[in-house]
Design a protein around this ligand. Structure first.
Ligand SMILES: [Zn+2]
Length: 466
């Protein structure tokens, strides 16, 4: 469904009390896609009214992470705390109109209707208690009625018993606005047309709508997207081991792959067979095809997108990304063709360029921890391998030499290759041995394979004299 093109304004409004996580990034992405789909505006507001827990460090890291994902806000971010005077201006208007009243009970007290009488206090008593310096908070006066009904874009009409909505606090006794008031005022002033946020905010809607209506403001469209669950179907949270965007970035994840993955969470029409660009996703995006039930964060699906992204890189880029790994553990004589052959052997399992670099290093250095007994033939084999000159040291020549030696010995493949691989890498699996030996280089390979030969000789000596 098309909205008023050009009039759509959305906001992502995180609290800067921690780094951006998958859930927050998902909310930001859906806001961004909806604004771009409608050629509207995407704003960022830091809800930093919890001054003790908010920090500029997190504001910066959240903005950096959004930019890294490509979700650049259309204007400079704002801070809720900077708008305190405006919140108080609206609060005074609400008290003046009788929509809100000073309450001399504690800020954190919650009441059923009629449990306290501050709302019915006559004006002179109220004014005299205020002027005598008594502390008070300000509460919104909730009108009676059987049910409050509001509309959510993803869920339709939602009915809440009005009796369950107490006269809620708009401003605390220290004069600070609560989230309910501050978010409503800011969203109105910023011209927000669609409030796209996590479903944990649904309980705030009736209260926020009451504020809007008592001020004669247009109510925005509510779009509560489902929370993302972990594999055990709990809310994805840092406490339960969910990683931040910064951590994925440090692990070498491509932002394009993460965005393509996030788009699939509760939006069934997101492409899964390729890495769609933000532009393409924005074109395809439709709030009416977003599901309201909670998706599960699926690491395997995220890795799928990572692999698709890495596999699409050009050979030139792959070589460049792996340069550091090769220079740390390959022979400087290794040709680009041999490097590329190794890269393409390892590529299918890698979700990031970082993983590819690690796989190269694991295969070319003695990184594993497996050991095995040195077979009787191993010394002869190393001597046979050493017959290949440095100039002829290539994966195809090495492969042929291995095959010849294996045939002469009439050894089964696994009996022959398994110990060589373990002595070379300490692992039982990996890239083809010819390729590994070629990249490690002649002298380094002969030296590494010579270690178990020396060990066997020493062990035999020990036996003879023991
Ligand atoms: Zn009261």
């Amino acid at each position: 469904m098309e909205e008023n093109k050009g009039n759509v304004v959305v906001r992502f409004a995180p609290s800067p009390t921690g780094p951006l996580h998958i859930g927050g990034a998902h909310t930001a992405l859906f806001n961004y896609l909806w604004s771009k789909h409608n050629k509207g505006s995407f704003k960022l507001r830091f809800e930093d009214t919890d001054l003790a827990r908010s920090s500029e460090k997190y504001e910066k890291s959240i903005l950096d992470d959004l930019r890294w994902l490509g979700l650049e806000p259309d204007e400079a971010p704002s801070r809720q705390s900077s708008r305190a005077a405006r919140h108080m201006e609206i609060l005074r208007a609400l008290v003046e109109s009788g929509a809100a009243y000073p309450c001399f009970c504690a800020d954190d007290a919650s009441f059923e209707h009629g449990d306290h009488k501050c709302g019915d206090m006559d004006r002179s008593e109220r004014d005299s208690r205020v002027s005598q310096g008594e502390t008070y908070c300000c509460r919104f006066k909730v009108a009676g009625g059987p049910n409050y009904i509001y509309h959510d874009r993803l869920r339709g009409n939602i009915s809440v018993p009005t009796a369950a909505i107490e006269d809620f606090v708009l401003a605390r006794s220290d004069g600070s606005a609560t989230y309910l008031l501050a978010a409503a005022v800011d969203d109105h002033d910023f011209g927000v047309t669609h409030v796209i946020r996590g479903e944990e905010h649904m309980s705030n809607v009736p209260k926020q709508e009451m504020i809007y209506k008592s001020l004669g403001w247009n109510v925005p469209e509510w779009v509560h997207i489902p929370m993302i669950l972990d594999a055990e179907r709990r809310k994805l949270s840092k406490r339960l081991g969910a990683m931040s965007l910064g951590e994925y970035r440090e692990l070498g994840w491509a932002p394009e792959a993460i965005v393509a993955y996030l788009a699939t969470l509760s939006w069934a029409k997101a492409p899964v067979d390729r890495i769609a660009s933000l532009e393409e996703l924005a074109m395809l995006f439709d709030l009416d095809s977003v599901a309201h039930f909670s998706p599960v964060h699926d690491e395997a699906r995220m890795r799928h997108f990572g692999r698709v992204f890495v596999a699409a890189a050009s050979d030139e880029n792959l070589t460049r990304f792996c340069e550091e790994a090769f220079s740390s553990c390959a022979s400087p004589k290794t040709s680009d063709d041999e490097k590329l052959a190794l890269i393409h052997e390892l590529l299918p399992e890698c979700a990031t360029f970082g993983e590819l670099g690690s796989a190269i290093m694991k295969n070319l250095s003695f990184a594993g921890d497996l050991h095995t007994e040195t077979p009787e033939w191993f010394g002869d084999f190393v001597a046979h391998l050493a017959l290949i000159s440095d100039a002829d040291w290539s994966s195809s020549n090495i492969k042929n030499a291995l095959k010849t030696f294996q045939n002469n010995l009439r050894l089964k493949g696994s009996d022959f290759y398994h110990p060589i691989r373990i002595f070379l890498t300490g692992m039982s699996q990996g890239a083809p041995l010819g390729l590994i030996l070629s990249c490690v280089g002649r002298d380094a390979s002969i030296k590494r394979l010579g270690v178990p030969v020396t060990k066997r000789t020493t062990d035999m000596g020990g036996e003879n004299f023991g």
